[in-house]
Ligand binder design. Structure first.
Ligand SMILES: [Fe+2]
Length: 209
């Protein structure tokens, strides 16, 4: 069947960048290493990916007026990792939440604030340190080992921001929690905002080396 779509898009997203990141990360996770070593090695790979804003297909960059969006871009076949685009509408924020697995957050477009929380002696939660502001190209890590409870917000009240997150599991299926500041927690499984994934594998659309 003739294929017309490529001719309609003079600037197709540069999916080779995402594909390269997936290959690099899968290779890295096959090496025996501690979580600290893996995060240390993976952070520059994600920083490289989010230092270019020419590869995320439009369908996975769309905000929703009601709530922030979490689009699955790729899940490893063994669910060792997943990659999502987090799309913030103006002023949107998450509840205070955890992850239960390691995560890397790379800023692609706009900016966001991440505020860490820690438990006090009475079990309640309070802000730990100043919020971290992420700008495009910057990467932050979370995990149960280094601090796993935080709240994230779009730094802008008047524009969309997008970050690319990588987690050490199929994050949309992980049983985790959202928190109230009194320390009480509510179970939470995020799921994903999309039903279809980007097609990373039609190499016929890409320039030949
Ligand atoms: Fe988070």
């Amino acid at each position: 069947m003739p294929r017309n779509a490529p001719a309609l898009d003079p600037n197709p997203p540069n999916l080779a960048r995402l594909r390269l990141f997936i290959e690099q990360l899968a290779h890295l996770l096959e090496q025996p290493a501690s979580e600290a070593q893996q995060l240390h090695a993976a952070a520059p790979l994600l920083a490289q990916l989010v230092s270019h804003d020419d590869w995320l297909p439009e369908a996975f960059a769309q905000p929703d007026p009601q709530r922030y969006q979490q689009f699955l871009l790729h899940a490893d076949s063994r669910q060792r990792f997943s990659i999502v685009s987090f799309v913030w509408g103006p002023g949107q924020r998450t509840p205070v939440h955890d992850h239960r697995v390691w995560g890397l957050i790379g800023m692609l477009r706009g900016a966001e604030y991440s505020q860490a929380f820690a438990r006090d002696a009475d079990g309640s939660l309070s802000a730990a340190g100043e919020p971290v502001r992420l700008a495009p190209g910057q990467v932050e890590a979370v995990s149960p080992r280094i601090g796993d409870i935080h709240q994230v917000a779009n730094a802008y009240a008047d524009r969309v921001s997008i970050s690319i997150h990588v987690y050490g599991a199929n994050i949309g299926a992980v049983e985790r929690a959202v928190y109230s500041l009194d320390g009480s927690e509510k179970p939470f499984i995020s799921g994903y905002s999309n039903r279809l994934l980007p097609n990373l594998w039609d190499l016929s659309l890409e320039p030949r080396p």
